[in-house]
Design a protein around this ligand. Structure first.
Ligand code: PMP
Length: 352
């Protein structure tokens, strides 16, 4: 049989591409992926009438019911909404539709860079300032120099947890001739009101949201909100039936139980404050304030702490080279958080 070097066969931009790392490490307490520790009881959801009543037909290609529900919830018109198989897919569609250069601050969500490279587009990375805020001068200089088609601002930012200053974001939106996508995956956990209210003021502003962080990561439902003209262009590259029928229908159930979802979010944000104080008390670790469902913290010998935590049955995120000696922990249930803190005291060096 012929031998084929598939790497050589791949396009040059794919040859050097490193895929997104989503490692499955078995553990007692999983606090690595910014998922919610809560959801709706799956058994009750599946008993709910009409979750799915036919398997042989394609799902609603436009997900009309879900769009209508989101439209009511976010108070935006349905023609300003595009649904994706997770917001990841919408990032792919945005870059496919508009191309590059693509500008984003770093460290941030790695998919902006991975998808830019996958699409053969130039990714421009501008370091955040020391306080993890946008470096306005450098960002504006890059806007002038490269005239990016797309700018991604994750606010609250993953993995740093802070929101960027609104006035700095506005300066970038005003200076940009291209589209500025404010990725609000973690907005439900933030004390800031986010950029949705500004959509009518800036035509080049688009917003990304997701159900993944508020209890429904398994569904893969994300939404892009923006000017109907922008949505129309992105919709051209959307794959037919990109949102499966089960996800559409369970997402509807989630919105019907919004009160419960809101109370779960409240639990997470109050646990975040408790976890912050606990982390602050441990010798050798120092947490950064967070507006998201995770906390970034510095730890002496972070690699060793990360490995020891795995041995104790706790999986968190090692940020490796992105931020030196930093680890990221997702907020879990009170019990999970207690388990983590106990294991961390053992792994990092006890109380201060
Ligand atoms: N944006 C940010 C900032 C994220 O952190 C993530 C998930 N890690 C996503 C988007 C992707 O979310 P989804 O599950 O909706 O694809």
């Amino acid at each position: 049989m012929k031998t084929i070097d598939f790497t050589k066969l791949a396009r040059p931009n794919i040859r050097s591409l490193k895929p997104y790392e989503a490692r499955e490490i078995p553990c007692k307490v999983k606090l690595d992926a910014n998922e919610s520790p809560y959801s709706l009881p799956a058994d009750k959801i599946f008993q709910a009438k009409n979750i799915i009543n036919r398997l042989n037909r394609y799902p609603d290609p436009e997900a009309k019911k879900l769009k209508k529900t989101i439209s009511k919830n976010l108070k935006v018109n349905t023609d300003s909404i595009l649904l994706g198989n997770g917001s990841d897919e919408l990032i792919y569609y945005l870059i496919t539709a508009f191309g590059g250069p693509v500008l984003y601050p770093v460290p941030t969500f790695s998919m902006y860079g991975i998808i830019s490279q996958a699409c053969g587009e130039k990714g421009i990375e501008i370091p955040l300032d020391k306080g993890f805020d946008l470096d306005t001068d450098k960002m504006l200089a890059a806007v002038r120099k490269y005239n990016p088609k797309l700018i991604f601002l994750s606010s609250p930012n993953n993995p740093t947890g802070n929101c960027f200053s609104a006035d700095r974001m506005l300066k970038i939106i005003e200076a940009s001739k291209g589209i500025v996508v404010v990725d609000e995956a973690y907005q439900p956990f933030s004390s800031e009101k986010g950029f949705l209210p500004l959509l009518n003021d800036y035509k080049n502003l688009a917003i990304l949201r997701t159900l993944s962080k508020i209890g429904f990561a398994a569904l893969r439902v994300g939404f892009l909100i923006g000017d109907p003209g922008l949505i129309k262009e992105v919709n051209k590259v959307r794959l037919p039936f990109n949102l499966n029928a089960l996800s559409q229908n369970i997402a509807l159930e989630a919105f019907r139980r919004k009160k419960l979802m809101d109370s779960q979010i409240k639990n997470i944000t109050s646990e975040r404050e408790r976890l912050f104080e606990e982390l602050d008390k441990i010798t050798g670790t120092s947490p950064y304030p967070s507006e998201a469902n995770f906390i970034l913290f510095k730890a002496k010998n972070a690699n060793a702490v990360y490995q020891r935590l795995i041995k104790e049955g706790v999986l968190i995120r090692n940020l490796g080279s992105a931020i030196k000696d930093a680890l990221r922990v997702t907020i879990g249930t009170p019990e999970e958080n207690n388990f983590f803190i106990k294991a961390l005291r053992k792994s990092a060096g006890g109380k201060k």
